[in-house]
Design a protein around this ligand. Sequence first.
Ligand code: KG4
Ligand code: ZN
Length: 394
Amino acid sequence: MGRGLILGIESSCDETAAAVVERGERTLSSVVASQIATHARYGGVVPELASREHLRAIVPVVRAALAEAGCTLADLDAIAVTSGPGLAGALLVGITYAKALAFARGLPLIAVNHLEGHIHAVLLHEKEAQEDSLDAQSLALVVSGGHTHLYLARPVDGTWRYKLMGRTVDDAAGEAYDKVAKLLGLGYPGGPWIDALARFGDAKAVPFAFAQIKTKLHLAGKPPRTKAAKTAPIAELDTHFMFSFSGIKTAVLRYVELHGLRAEAEARVARILAGARPPQTKDEALALCSQQVLDLIASFQHAVVGDLMKKTFAAAEALGAARILVTGGVAANRELRARFAAEAERRWVRVAFPTLALSTDNAAMIAAAAWPRFVAGEFAGLDLSADPSLVLGR
Ligand code: KG4
Ligand code: ZN
């Protein structure tokens, strides 16, 4: 073995990413080509466009990752690639390219679950920060545009095992952010916009409530309603650790209709489509939204973060997890980070996040997650194919 260099490749959704990570603990490069500009005018990811953009970006992105890491293909020890969950056509671009590289260079190929990747984005940061609770049993909240899942993560003989403890029964939290932003006439993706605007509103203005999910019986026999639902079974989960974010989206819509805010939202659309950036000051925020809309946004975010917090900390306590890992695009949210950190301090548990850059999709997390598999010799064959609804743990 050489230096333990793994090239990671990620193309499951709307970012084409490549990274080189040394021994799963040192990021030598992490390059992300975002397709946001391509999808923004449609207000969401268009799968066909995503595949086309991945095809365009994959070669230059891998080249840039190698150049930034100061290495060539000859220095690598393995190629790691996301094999699911995600968009089938998008995944295939990364997988096909990774297979070709592995075959041409005679390198082992490692398949990584995207969700395990997100969890390793935090573990990578913990290693880089040289935290001492490295191998503690942890509760991981993966909260992104496609997922709101709670996993118990345990280290066993150098690799990690995951058990699904809870998840959303409908929309993911990031999906709620994106849908609420869309109906308010804000930019895509909605998370960064709502994050920036919420600071200027009164979070107590609109009392949004989350009902406790009392029974899953009515869900058990039904086919899954959403993409997120397909990736994990719900039958054995504790209802206390289950989420639902489709109700709050409807509540926001009702508030907008009831208070005559639709015209204001429509007026914003043209401006945002012209490429406006999230506001940084109170004046910029007010120029974009009425105080009433800022209050609505602040209340929405306060409620979502509160619900994520309540269930995550309850699960950590019930399961005796010493550490909470929060990861995925929504983990970039400032209010979420501040409130989770404060609550963790109050309860004497450790909470850890990825760096901001590694919160959203990237390939460093894929290369990091591949390291324990590389050491254990868990390699994929050249018949590896995309699994759009790949499940992590059980
Ligand atoms: O992990 P990610 O890049 O892709 C998925 O695997 O889904 O997450 C993207 C999601 C989007 O829904 C986006 O609106 C949300 O993360 N997001 C945020 C923030 N930045 C991104 N949500 C809240 N606050 C943010 N600062
Ligand atoms: Zn993701």
